[in-house]
Write a protein that binds this ligand. Sequence first.
Ligand SMILES: Cc1cc2nc3c(=O)[nH]c(=O)nc-3n(C[C@H](O)[C@H](O)[C@H](O)COP(=O)(O)O)c2cc1C
Length: 162
Amino acid sequence: MIDNKKVLVAYFSRTDEQYSVGNITEGNTAIIAYMIADKTQGNLFEIKVKNDSYPKTYHALTEYARSEKQSHQRPELVQKVENFDQYDTIFIGYPNWCGDMPMPVYTFLESYDFANKDVHHFCTHEGSGGVKEGFAIYGHTAQKNRVEADKKVSEWLKTLGY
Ligand SMILES: Cc1cc2nc3c(=O)[nH]c(=O)nc-3n(C[C@H](O)[C@H](O)[C@H](O)COP(=O)(O)O)c2cc1C
């Protein structure tokens, strides 16, 4: 915890057959979520869908996920975060599914007001990555201190390989 800021670690993760690890009983993303919660003294929240009918084999799951994405589904979730307003910082974790976030994560993101909260994404993947380093800068720096702004933009782009 930093400066008494309350942390929520929300994550979506699957068990059963997953790419390159076979049958797992703890989801890959869940494992990372537990680590983050432990290190930040955050509360864990699993993004779980109602009437879960996700296939338990990898290939069937990719087909299912692709069709869910193509039809822009917003699967209903089983629970809401209790007293969401109490949190200052939200970590949101998910597996990369077809180069995107799983649709239930969109349901989650669209269910709350994230204004005035610090939001950090994390993701697990098998090669495509997914979360890139973001960039934030004061508007007044962009406007009135372009040398400084230019330096900061360069530093950020350098971390992306430009
Ligand atoms: C439906 C589906 C789609 C996937 N699509 C991608 C992908 O596009 N790129 C990638 O790098 N990994 C992809 N993966 C691999 C997962 O991101 C990776 O195995 C992840 O760690 C699974 O996390 P979980 O156990 O928390 O669900 C996909 C896995 C599934 C099940």
